[in-house]
Design a protein around this ligand. Structure first.
Ligand code: TPW
Ligand code: MG
Length: 541
């Protein structure tokens, strides 16, 4: 019989986890020992728990299966609340494992260190932001609880919570099964798929919109095949930017309402048969609509549910739905000839002072020469600038909009993609989690980090220009890179930026930080349009 610690690690691996991120503490030291000595999964320690959560979240997003964050009880776990809240909002299946006081200690009646209010305060907090929970305080039930919780993480593509009392790590437990997935009811699925197909056929201007669940459930290729078979133009949401990047023959672009390309906005807003696959109906995805989208005509699959007009089909997994639609479509044609690459901005590398949109243009040039890189973007103008970069794999908090995601997400991307990610981050967000770059040296990670330094919380200034509190000081980030184990350079002109990116791509083995110096008050073209659209929508009520 395996011990609880080993059984848990084997189960994580059997359910698709490929790595663990964590920070130890006394309540979780015994489990960390098993993690290290078993070698079941590669594991990486970072410096502050928020980064552990963001890295695990990004790894899960990049490889499309569960990832793991292991922390100590109380002080460690409460530091994970914000990233896990974001993972819940954006449907990323992070398995949170928290050490906990031993069963015997808990019964002794002391106030334990790291305890906030009561022994169960932490698990009650995580109950709100995870879809299933297990307190492994009973060795007889532990294997069953682990199996149920890990299946929930996969089926709902949401975070789950596991609490592991430190005195039970070595007890023997049963083997953890991989429970069978629960498919849709065949009758409900058939009726649902028939209705959708009928509506798409009847529509004059059908459109397929995709968002993050198509990545989470691994149906990007099948969604592209469906689009080809039915002749549907595809758009991504703001949050779903980067999806289906392997299928440029079907993807028309990203829907940004008033802030986006006219043709895409009209395509979506004038559609009489809008199929929304895995789309989060958030304000960031839709509030900038010029014209309200008629949801009574739309067909929406999200959260294992499908809504077709007034009809509601519960318990329909997205992958089952896409398969059922494909089965009803004409045989999908092969990938059509790719249309000429969508025009992207390019940079005139002269001595002009830099604007945020220049970063997108320079990155487009770089990708054209060296191929695309996976991108991790933070919240701030860097994310809006990323919308001006050609369609590359992107992870970003486009809906939850929490700052501090970018750098640790890029580190998670180093692990999950095995490639070199490009990290886009503002100076304000870099102040939150940028120091995590100091962990690159130990693990041989060498992301390219572009810091948009405008000495400002510029995005907030756009909403409220009169406030002086948005002025930040200049932290001279490039100079910090050396001591942290990387190389840094500060650039002011387009020529310097293009040269710095080229040098960064050529130097391997250390992180490369390019500090892009920007004027306060200058924003990307996309952010300027987005804020105008957002304000207008707010005024319309
Ligand atoms: C965890 C609120 C949204 S955007 C922003 C703030 C403070 C300014 C970002 O500054 P930065 O980028 O990174 O320099 P830029 O381009 O605007 O200059 N706390 C958290 N998340 C959010 N979103 C905020 C506060 C916010
Ligand atoms: Mg800034």
């Amino acid at each position: 019989m395996p011990t609880l610690g080993h059984a848990l690690l084997d189960a994580l691996s059997a359910h698709g986890a490929r790595e663990i991120f964590g920070i130890p503490g006394d309540f979780v030291l015994p489990f960390f020992k098993v993690i290290e000595e078993s070698g079941t999964l590669p594991f990486y320690t970072l410096s502050h728990e928020p980064a552990v959560g963001f890295a695990a979240d990004a790894a899960a997003r990049f490889h499309g299966s569960i990832s793991v964050a292991v922390v100590t009880w109380g002080a460690g776990a409460f530091n994970l609340v914000n990233p896990i809240a974001g993972a819940f909002a954006e449907r990323s299946p992070v398995v949170v494992i928290s050490g906990a006081p031993g069963v015997a200690e808990g019964a002794a009646g002391w106030q334990l260190h790291h305890m906030s209010r009561a022994l169960d305060t932490q698990s009650r907090v995580f109950r709100e932001i995870t879809c299933d929970q297990a307190i492994l305080d009973d060795p007889d039930r532990a294997a069953g609880e682990i199996a149920r919780v890990l299946r929930s993480a996969q089926e709902f593509s949401l975070p789950v919570y596991i609490e592991l009392p430190r005195d039970l790590v070595g007890v023997e437990v049963g083997q953890v099964d991989v429970l069978p997935r629960r498919p849709a009811d065949p009758g409900a699925l058939a009726e649902c798929a028939d209705e959708i197909i009928a509506r798409l056929h009847a529509a004059e201007r059908p459109v397929l919109m995709v968002d993050v669940e198509t990545r989470r459930y691994g149906v990007e290729d099948r969604a592209a095949a469906l689009a080809r078979a039915l002749g549907l133009p595809v758009v991504t949401t703001f949050m779903g930017r980067g999806l289906l990047n392997a299928h440029p023959d079907v993807v028309r672009g990203t829907y940004l309402g008033a802030a986006g390309e006219r043709a895409i906005t009209e395509l979506v807003e004038q559609s009489d048969g809008l199929l929304l696959l895995g789309v989060i109906l958030s304000d960031t995805n839709f509030a900038v609509s010029e014209q309200k989208i008629d949801m009574r005509r739309a067909m929406l699959a999200i959260d294992r549910e499908v809504r077709v007009g007034y009809h509601h089909f519960p318990a329909i997994p997205l992958d089952d739905l896409v398969d059922a639609l494909l089965a009803r479509a004409p045989a999908p044609g092969a990938a059509g000839p790719s249309p000429p690459a969508r025009p992207v901005s390019t940079l005139v590398a002269d001595d002009t002072a830099l604007q945020p949109s220049d970063v997108a243009a320079a990155v487009n040039d770089l990708f054209a020469r060296h191929g695309p890189m996976p991108i991790a973007a933070d919240m701030g103008d860097c994310l809006f600038t990323a919308m001006e970069i050609g369609n590359a794999p992107l992870v970003a908090p486009g809906y939850y909009a929490g700052m501090g995601f970018g750098v640790p997400a890029g580190l998670g991307g180093c692990v999950a993609t095995g490639q070199r990610p490009l990290i886009l981050v503002g100076d304000g967000a870099f102040q939150m989690t940028g120091f995590e770059l100091g962990n690159c040296r130990r693990y041989g990670w060498d992301p390219i980090v572009v810091v948009f330094n405008n000495a400002s919380w510029e995005m907030l200034r756009v909403f409220q220009p009169e406030s002086r509190f948005n002025d930040l000081s200049d932290w001279r980030f490039a100079e910090l890179a050396g001591p942290l184990g990387g190389e840094g350079v500060r650039v002011h002109s387009r020529r310097e930026l293009a040269a710095a990116l080229e040098r960064a791509v050529a130097s391997h083995g250390r992180f490369q930080l390019i500090e892009v110096m920007l004027q306060r008050g200058s924003t990307s073209d996309t952010l300027a349009r987005f804020v105008a659209g957002f304000k207008a929508a707010r005024e319309r009520g």
